[in-house]
Design a protein around this ligand. Structure first.
Ligand code: NAD
Length: 294
């Protein structure tokens, strides 16, 4: 069992840290929110009053922060944790951030003899609570092997995507494809409905035909077609439009820095940004169906 410092105890980090406590690790956490710290203490962890205090004596540091600037701010610079952590410490950043930032942070870690992995997750808050997240990891094979048993306490599928930054790139590719599949599926359903088809019948036909995809199989976006999905619950819960828009922005940044062409991803990014602008940022991303139904 390890001494783990956990920075960022929000919707995802909170339950992930709780699962590490459950697995028997000694977890000290820090978050800017007092409520998040209370929840960790109630779950059997220890609340620290700063990130620096949380990492004192830690063998492994895990961070789960909102965006690139938070991760760079935590680790880099004179006040950053890399100037304080002993060489040999394993640092796992599970935030979804720009691959370029992950590489910069990884480079600074290496300069200080610190092992760094980018390990963004897929599976949402439900997966974080159930301990069934997918971890998509970038970094050296040796560091990945060291981290894997700990990640297995929070997730089910642990992938090694490649070298530093590869986890973020793979996550951006996956979510860009998901956004394209969602936008395409909602467009097809709206076209059928406009031409007199029952969306449930059309969904079944496409599911058994060459248009079949994950959205049709488990996440149908048309209200009432499938039970237990956000579309049948006024698009509440699930994966927010704002978070999808953020991930599409990261895919776009990745494309820009590698001079890659992403016409479909760019279109999906604009559609989700427009949908968010109309006040739908807090709804599940399948609510893009409303844009085509209107
Ligand atoms: P969140 O906003 O609920 O949690 C982030 C936490 O970080 C907050 O509690 C905040 O107080 C804390 N924080 C911010 N700056 C800090 C600092 N300097 N020091 C300590 N704590 C700080 O966000 P979340 O939903 O938990 O998402 C975290 C990351 O996981 C994001 O990068 C997100 O894109 C990614 N992600 C989220 C989901 C999801 O469904 N929510 C799914 C997959 C990946």
């Amino acid at each position: 069992m390890s001494k783990v410092a956990f920075i960022g105890l929000g919707n995802m980090g909170g339950p992930m840290a709780h699962n590490l406590v459950k697995a028997g690790h000694t977890v000290t956490g820090f978050d800017l929110s007092a409520d998040a710290l209370k929840a960790l203490a109630a779950a059997g962890g220890t609340a620290a009053s700063s990130a620096a205090e949380a990492v004192a004596g830690a063998e492994v540091v895990v961070s789960m922060l909102p965006a690139s600037q938070h991760v760079a701010g935590l680790y880099l610079g004179e006040a950053g944790l890399f100037s304080q952590l002993p060489a040999g410490t394993l640092v796992i950043d599970s935030s979804t951030i720009a691959a370029e930032t992950s590489r910069q942070v990884g480079k600074a870690a290496a300069e200080n003899g610190i092992k760094f992995l980018d390990a963004p997750v897929s599976g949402g808050v439900g997966g974080a609570i159930a301990g069934t997240l997918s971890f998509i990891v970038g970094g050296s094979a040796a560091d990945f092997a060291q981290a894997k048993p700990l990640l297995e306490n929070m997730g089910k599928n642990i992938f090694h995507a490649g070298e530093a930054g590869a986890g973020q790139v793979a996550k951006a590719c996956n979510n860009m494809l998901l956004a394209i599949l969602m936008a395409g599926t909602t467009e097809a359903l709206a076209l059928g409905a406009k031409n007199g088809l029952d969306p449930a019948v059309l969904s079944e036909i496409m599911k058994q035909s060459s248009g079949a995809n994950w959205v049709l199989n488990v996440y149908n976006p048309w209200p009432g077609v499938m039970e237990g999905v956000p579309a049948s619950n006024n698009y509440q819960g699930g994966f927010q439009v704002d978070l999808m828009a953020k991930d599409l922005g990261l895919a776009w940044e990745t494309a820009l820095s590698s001079k890659s062409s992403i016409p479909m991803g760019s279109l999906a990014r604009n559609l989700f940004a427009l949908h968010a602008q109309k006040g739908n940022g807090g709804l599940d991303f399948s609510s893009i169906q409303q844009m085509f139904a209107e």
